[in-house]
Design a protein around this ligand. Structure first.
Ligand code: IPM
Ligand code: MN
Length: 352
């Protein structure tokens, strides 16, 4: 069996970090005798420059015919003046929608070795953090109708019961394999779409009797994440709230450069990408932290290919590298030597 991986390197630091991820995957292939076929396609700013559109037809076709999509990051100042529909980010949104990847899984894990990089007080994160954010990814305000003129603009936020049910099901199922707690985050004191969200999630409680369910308003949820993050096991939330809370979640673990993500639908096809963006300010300088991208490959192995042992080997190699003090600039301690993107990828693949 050969696993087909569509590779979208993207913009900014995208190519550098994806190269390290592929390096690690190739090593996994050798060690465990699994075959990967990598097919590189264009999306985002790179595609706009090459063919004039952010998501060429061929890219979408290759992705649809793959077992997984591996993506670096898209966007950058070069394309910032384009209209919404033409921007590099639109490629990401279209891919998610076209592949029906409605469930975005973002683990928020604090590695003990990185405690010092965490901006929160020691006593708040004592014993580490292990949360999973389950973000709805193909609905809500991101995909509602919108309209723009220089005088007046609007975006419509909507959710159907079916959309809420399918993402809530994912969250309950994930919680079932963990600490059996789901916190659903909404704004139902103000928004009708959130009122339907809460009612729908609440109505599923009976089906998942072993899971403890509670609800929070998003403003409070954002605050709770910094004052008492350990109360969370699985956070279930909509598209925009999930976008915001996952950046917050990632930084409380020490660095945005550490957190991977998986975007899943009903089948096995998934898209795997770091939570962070294209960081154009450090692009091409061998400074970017490739760990989020490498850990995204671990998620791919587990979620899309069912290669659990191989996925764990990648996670363990990352842990070992951190233990050995192999750190990029963003997570290095003061006065500590920091390693480049390339060196970190080398070390991690050596540890596979
Ligand atoms: C993310 C990103 C995207 C999002 C952008 C680039 C469209 O911030 O994956 O979190 O908002 O979903
Ligand atoms: Mn985001």
């Amino acid at each position: 069996m050969t696993y087909k991986i569509a590779v979208i390197k993207g913009d900014g630091i995208g190519p550098e970090i994806i190269n390290e991820g592929i390096k690690v995957l190739k090593k996994v292939g050798e060690k465990f005798s699994v075959k990967f076929e990598f097919n590189e396609v264009l999306a985002g700013g790179a595609a706009i420059d090459a063919v004039g559109e952010c998501l060429p037809y061929e890219t979408l076709e290759v992705c649809k015919n793959s077992d997984a999509v591996y993506l670096g990051a898209v966007g950058g100042p070069k394309w910032d003046d384009l209209k919404g529909e033409e921007r590099p980010e639109k490629a990401l949104l279209k891919l998610r929608k076209e592949l029906d990847l409605f469930a975005n899984i973002r683990p928020v894990i604090m590695y003990d070795e990185l405690k010092d990089a965490c901006p929160l007080k020691d006593e708040i994160v004592q014993g580490g953090l292990d949360i999973v954010i389950v973000r709805e990814l193909t609905g809500g305000i991101y995909f509602g109708e919108r309209s723009y003129s220089d005088e007046y603009a609007w975006d419509k936020m909507e959710y159907s019961k079916v959309e809420v049910e399918r993402i809530a099901k994912k969250a309950f199922e994930i919680a079932g394999k963990r600490n059996k707690k789901v916190t659903s985050i909404d704004k139902s004191n103000v928004l009708d779409s959130s009122r339907l969200w809460r009612k729908t999630v609440e109505s599923m409680k009976e089906e998942y009797k072993d899971i403890e369910l509670n609800h929070m308003y998003v403003d409070n949820g954002a605050m709770q994440l910094v004052v008492n993050p350990k109360q969370f096991d699985v956070i279930l939330t909509g598209n925009m709230f999930g976008d915001i809370l996952s950046d917050e979640g990632s930084i409380i673990t020490g660095s945005l450069g550490m957190l991977p993500s998986a975007s899943l639908g009903e089948g096995n096809l998934g898209m795997y990408e770091p939570v962070h963006g294209s960081a154009p300010d450090i692009a091409g300088q061998n400074k970017a932290n490739p760990i989020a991208t490498i850990l995204s490959a671990a998620m791919m192995l587990k979620y899309s290919f069912g290669l659990m042992e191989e996925g764990e080997a990648v996670e363990n190699a990352v842990k070992k590298a951190l233990k050995d003090g192999i750190r990029s600039n963003d997570i290095a301690k003061k006065d500590e030597k920091s390693y480049g993107t390339y060196e970190i990828g080398d070390k991690i693949s050596k540890y596979i």
